[in-house]
Design a protein around this ligand. Structure first.
Ligand code: FES
Length: 64
């Protein structure tokens, strides 16, 4: 069982809880953290993290 939990928030980012290492495609470390919010709408200017753009764009789970 993993110590990491990923929870989709309602009409928002994926909440990642647990000790995680987030890497770029080339393996470069972006961040080590115990909590992160990852964009799933595609509008963030700070990918892979959510920057709140989903609200401005009116993105909802139904629009996936
Ligand atoms: S989910 Fe928040 S900016 Fe994409």
């Amino acid at each position: 069982m993993s110590d990491v939990t990923i929870t989709p928030t309602t009409d928002g980012p994926l909440e990642v809880s647990g000790e995680v290492r987030i890497e770029a495609p080339d393996g470069t470390l972006i961040r080590e953290t115990s909590k992160a919010y990852l964009c799933r709408c595609g509008y963030s200017k700070a990918k892979p993290f959510c920057d709140g753009s989903h609200k401005r764009e009116g993105w909802t789970e139904a629009s996936e």
